[in-house]
Design a protein. Structure first.
Length: 732
């Protein structure tokens, strides 16, 4: 306190009363500007600004008069003052960070240099994801950020939440699972649907009056006892708005489709039924939406066909099937189940390219030589008859042993794929090989073990031919009229240089140098990906690298794909599980039939919807994996684990456990050996007294001290610090 007083006294001596008056004017003007449309008298302003000394109080009215004289402030006959500064008004989406504040992401990024900070008191009960209209304060707040307040909630993005019921004698609350819902929901005892204490429920908001601290809701579905596998998975499905069952009408439409393929339909297609064809998919897959055909040509080249299930032959526009497919937009793969985009009759039956059955397909067929140079290609509708359904493991074994069904064809295709892949990387593609985990579950859903999925040559082979088909389909449409024809592209912008530089600095902490010059980005990232293969930091650095990239999306804009180094790219190869692929098939059919370019606006809206649904599916999939990771660690051996610091915030240190790939957090408030300051720029914590630094990438030893299934969190502690250990164990 002494130092502050001396500084203040020194400033007063140097600057005199003029600086005090100017400072007071700035404070008053900021207050009035930030309360645009409201009027205050001098006493109210003194109270609001918490002015206590008599000298400054006496200066308020003269300063106000000067602000009136220079036109900054208006004065009413009753001596009330208000700002003349016009604020900005924008619309945007709420990102509700924590209970104290959130951000509004503007619809039009050009209106503000960054997101707008909104304090909790100014959110007007807006929740995460809501679209709002806000007023931007003319002057920046103490944080140096642009601030504002919500004037109107344009659209509530959700009014249903999953949570755990807490019941007391007179009332009940639902504690939401959703981490960005920071208010418990009050429920009258009569609106509980007989839910019991600690059960999981879905609650619907019914009222939230201005001035009420908590919203009111009523239970609309009881899911069951918290912690039970089926209940927790249903909770995740409800949290992300995923459907529990397929509606009756589209199901009936699917069941009414005949299995027989008419001669007329066969005559309208290229017939590949006599050409060697097979599918390669995961062992537990039931929907096979891509097949490879293979034959040698007389000129010595190969003909390789990528045949894709012709879903749009069966799913017609303006049907209930079509509407439901659009609404879902993607299949969702949770840890123990698939929530399909299409009914089972289509996804696992009519459209699935099952062996020894005639199937209708849309194909991209290549003539390719032994150096993987493509001489010709053809795009159109085909009919196939798959000779063999391979699981990835079977096909890989046939290549490795050089024996078994179609081992020669598989080997040749694998060699070609490697050459195609090399050309792609030489051209600037980025080699992201993310680590995926899979759980072995018992009949009750309890995790018995965890394994890291291994990507072998056969996975990469299938991927390479799918990428090739997607690329050629996109280029085929683009080249027709130099991109003037409406089409659905999958685009990926170049990474933000600032994010790349930050990532490069992180990689250095692991001893890796990343070249990020404009022409070296891809080469630098690929070199890093090769270096970290099999190392403890692999998963952390891969995830950070992906986060530093732009997000891929669907759009009608014919832009390129940075990650794949393709000038044009689309999604054509998975229409059973992705609606954008159905859109691509429809547009392809339209153009191949000589149709003119449709209006892009409605197609762009469908692209935006599909991108949003893709994100929802990805978030739900991650949540289900995180749930199983938390459960797995709750059952794991009580021991010290080696880990890597994977993230740092002002409130905690995230650590990925190397053995299990599970991430937990050490809370700053539990680190009692020192007071730690957060250095945001360098993403590290620094001990005030010891100057000890905790930085991203540090190798540490940790112990699990608590797991919370509801919040899907793992609480850790540093294993080599007795003080922290005793404190944390006590709190547990």
């Amino acid at each position: 306190m002494g130092r502050k007083s001396n500084r203040k006294h020194s400033n007063t001596q140097k600057s005199g009363k003029k600086t005090d008056a100017a400072s007071l004017a700035r404070r008053i003007l900021q207050f009035l500007d930030n309360n645009y449309g409201q009027e205050f008298n001098a006493k109210q302003i003194i109270k609001k600004l918490e002015i206590r000394d008599a000298l400054t109080k006496g200066g308020v009215e003269p300063v106000l008069q000067k602000l009136v004289d220079n036109g900054s402030v208006s004065k009413t006959p009753r001596n009330y003052f208000s700002s003349n500064q016009e604020p900005g008004f924008i619309t945007g989406t709420v990102d509700n960070v924590n209970p104290r504040f959130g951000y509004v992401i503007p619809d039009d990024p050009s209106v503000s240099d960054g997101d707008i900070l909104v304090k909790e008191a100014d959110l007007k009960q807006a929740l995460d994801g809501d679209r709002v209209r806000i007023m931007i304060y003319p002057m920046k707040g103490k944080t140096g950020r642009v601030e504002g307040k919500v004037l109107e909630i344009i659209e509530r993005v959700r009014d249903e939440f999953v949570g755990r019921v807490e019941i007391s004698p007179r009332f009940a609350f639902v504690v939401p699972d959703f981490k960005k819902m920071h208010k418990d929901i009050f429920v009258h005892r009569g609106d509980l649907m007989n839910a019991e204490h600690n059960e999981k429920v879905i609650v619907k908001l019914t009222e939230w009056r201005e001035g009420d601290k908590n919203p009111t809701g009523k239970v609309i579905r009881v899911l069951g006892k918290a912690g039970v596998h089926e209940v927790e998975i249903h909770s995740i499905m409800a949290e992300f708005g995923l459907p529990f069952e397929y509606p009756e009408q589209p199901d009936q439409e699917a069941n009414a489709i005949p299995e027989e393929i008419s001669n007329k339909e066969i005559q309208a297609r290229k017939d590949f039924r006599d050409i060697t064809t097979f599918t390669i998919d995961p062992a537990d897959a039931k929907d096979f939406d891509d097949a490879i055909s293979y034959r040698k040509l007389e000129n010595g080249n190969l003909e390789v066909g990528v045949h894709i299930a012709d879903v749009t032959h069966y799913v017609k526009p303006k049907t209930a099937l079509e509407k439901e497919a659009f609404e879902r937009a993607t299949s969702v793969y949770l840890v123990d189940r698939t929530i399909p985009m299409l009914p089972e009759r289509l996804s696992n039956g009519l459209c699935s390219l099952r062996p020894n059955e005639d199937k209708l397909t849309f194909a991209c067929v290549f003539e390719i030589d032994d150096q993987a140079k493509i001489h010709n290609h053809w795009i159109g509708r085909t009919i196939i008859h798959s000779d063999r359904r391979f699981a990835y493991e079977e096909a890989q074994e046939n290549i490795d042993k050089q024996s078994g069904d179609f081992f020669e064809e598989l080997t040749t295709l694998n060699d070609l794929a490697k050459k195609v892949r090399k050309k792609r990387f030489d051209h600037g593609a980025v080699n992201f090989e993310t680590v995926e985990v899979k759980f072995k579950l018992d009949e009750k859903g309890t995790p018995l073990g965890l394994m890291v999925k291994e990507r072998k040559d056969i996975h990469k082979m299938i991927e390479e031919f799918m990428l090739l088909a997607n690329k050629y389909v996109a280029e085929f449409i683009f080249k027709k009229r130099s991109g003037a024809d409406t089409f659905v592209y999958r685009t990926h912008d170049s990474p933000d240089p600032e994010k790349l530089e930050t990532f490069s600095n992180f990689a250095k902490r692991f001893g890796h140098q990343v070249e990020i010059g404009e022409t070296k980005i891809s080469a630098g990232l690929n070199k890093l990906m090769d270096e970290i293969q099999g190392k403890p930091e692999q998963n952390v650095l891969e995830q950070l690298a992906i986060r530093s990239m732009a997000k891929a999306k669907y759009t009608t804009e014919p832009k390129g794909h940075f990650g794949l180094a393709f000038a044009h790219y689309t999604h054509f190869t998975s229409p059973i599980r992705r609606y954008p692929d159905m859109m691509v098939h429809r547009l392809l059919e339209h153009y191949l039939g000589g149709g003119k370019s449709p209006d892009p606006e409605s197609w762009e809206q469908k692209c935006v919807h599909s991108s949003e649904r893709e994100k929802r599916a990805s978030d739900a999939e991650r949540a289900s994996i995180k749930y199983k990771q938390v459960e797995f660690m709750s059952l794991a051996e009580d021991k010290d684990y080696e880990g890597i610091v994977s993230g740092i915030t002002e409130w905690g240190v995230f650590v990925e456990i190397t053995e299990t790939k599970c991430e937990g957090m050490i809370r700053v408030q539990d680190m009692t050996d020192d007071y730690y300051d957060f250095d945001e720029k360098n993403m590290r914590l620094i001990g005030s007294r010891s100057k000890k630094m905790i930085t991203l990438g540090d190798k540490v030893m940790v112990r699990v001290v608590n797991t919370d299934i509801d919040r899907r969190t793992i609480d850790l502690e540093f294993a080599n610090n007795d003080e922290k250990k005793s404190h944390s164990r006590a709190s547990k």
